[in-house]
Design a protein around this ligand. Structure first.
Ligand code: TIU
Length: 221
């Protein structure tokens, strides 16, 4: 059983009960000129997640373990966007990469480096959390996933919302610190601390080389 040195305690999983969630690694959040930057954010803070996440995904794929990608976005007619979200601006407006966070637009899709492979699941979600108004719960049940490795952006928004809800739904979540990113260094630090505090109040935190090493040591047994 792979055992990952993590905070606040070792995180264990079986190869047949784990899934990798890759949250919202979309051009509109990551690329200069996109929605994230238009909100006044420093997108360079997110770029550093791409390389470690690509490495983790490669190992995951080599082990034939499930990867589920998510994308935050809305239907072109915005019928799935709450008025309260719409009122804060941006969504559906013309941006540098097409209509902002609208499904089918260039900016809504995942960055080239982390593009889903054929057969990998992509969950389109209208909210911050990956469970709200999606079939993620059914997908995880079919996969027999009980343990989730949660990655992506942003740490304190869509990653946190998803991890908190997954925890309430009975999933153990491991967050590799180098595979999640925030526009705000302070939120990154505190966001990760919040997860593992109080004995792992809603999850575990490690780094991706440690997780990859745990998977590799499994092979040697
Ligand atoms: N703005 C921000 O930090 N995040 C989002 O709007 N969505 C996600 O986190 N995916």
């Amino acid at each position: 059983m792979p055992t990952v040195d993590a905070k606040p305690s070792p995180f264990t999983f079986e190869l047949d009960n784990v899934a990798l969630l890759v949250i919202d690694m979309q051009r509109d959040f990551l690329l200069p000129g996109g929605f994230g930057e238009s909100l006044g954010n420093d997108v360079s803070q997110l770029a550093r997640t791409i390389e470690p996440l690509a490495a983790l995904m490669a190992v995951w794929r080599a082990h034939n373990l499930p990867i589920i990608h998510t994308r935050e976005g809305h239907l072109p007619d915005l019928s799935d966007c709450p008025p309260s979200k719409l009122a804060r601006g941006g969504i559906g407006e013309q941006g540098a990469f097409g209509r902002i966070l609208i499904r089918g637009e260039y900016g809504h899709d995942i960055v080239d480096e982390l593009a889903p492979l054929d057969g990998e699941l992509v969950v389109d979600k209208p909210g911050k959390g990956a469970f709200y108004a999606t079939d993620l719960s059914d997908i995880l049940e079919k996969l027999n996933a009980k343990k989730l490795v949660v990655t992506g952006v942003t740490t304190e928004v869509c990653v946190h919302t998803t991890v908190r809800e997954a925890n309430d739904r009975g999933y153990d979540c491991l967050v590799p610190a180098d595979c999640v990113g925030s526009y705000f260094p302070e939120f990154q630090r505190v966001g990760l601390e919040m997860i593992a505090a109080q004995g792992g109040i809603f999850g575990w935190v490690a780094d991706s080389p440690t997780l990859i090493a745990a998977l590799s040591s499994q092979e040697q047994k």
